[in-house]
Design a protein around this ligand. Structure first.
Ligand code: HEC
Length: 153
């Protein structure tokens, strides 16, 4: 006797879908890579994790590009003072700086107040500063920042 095949007809659609998926699946990876490259092209590069902290915590005074504000706020861009005292930056960010300083040959004397930042934010912002504004290869991690914060005077 001939068997009755109830499912034969309804089976044809999933098979078709399966077939379509089989055809397009090799391209999905290619599409993802294209979107990724397109993102890098349109957004310049993948954003540094310290950039958003810089923009919310530092840029209002030091400027978006670290240019400073004339005689009032010293620049961070290529600041010799920040390069030579990189290790002291965690304490400056925690407690502020209020003495006369010399940055790239110009004297500044406005106080900078301590900022409410944790060691991870400080490390990220310092690495952003080092790479993008000071043009150095100094790097610091949150454990090193924490150790420096304990020894601030
Ligand atoms: C309210 C304004 C203000 C904010 C916000 C601020 N600063 Fe400053 N910063 C100053 C001033 C003013 C000085 C100069 C202090 C002095 O003359 O003693 C200074 C000095 C510095 C210096 C040393 C001088 C130099 O230019 O190299 C560094 C480094 C620095 N700031 C980094 C930062 C970073 C990083 C942030 C953000 C996390 C930040 N500041 C946020 C006002 C600010």
């Amino acid at each position: 006797m001939k068997p009755i095949c109830f499912y034969k007809k309804s089976n044809t659609t999933p098979v078709k879908v399966k077939r379509i998926l089989q055809i397009i699946s090799p391209f999905t990876l290619v599409i993802i890579i294209i979107i990724f490259i397109w993102n890098i092209i349109t957004h310049g590069s993948i954003q540094h994790p310290g950039k958003s902290s810089y923009q919310t915590k530092c840029a209002q005074c030091h400027g978006d590009n670290g240019e400073g504000i004339r005689v009032l706020i010293p620049p961070l861009l290529h600041s010799d003072f920040a390069k030579n005292n990189f290790d002291s930056i965690p304490c400056w960010l925690k407690n502020g700086i209020s003495h006369k300083i010399m940055v790239n040959g110009v004297e500044y004397e406005q106080p900078m107040y301590g900022l409410d930042m944790d060691e991870v934010q400080i490390a990220n912002v310092m690495n952003y500063l080092s790479k993008e504004l000071l043009d150095t290869n100094c790097e610091i991690n949150s454990i090193e920042v924490k150790a420096k914060l304990i020894n601030c005077n």
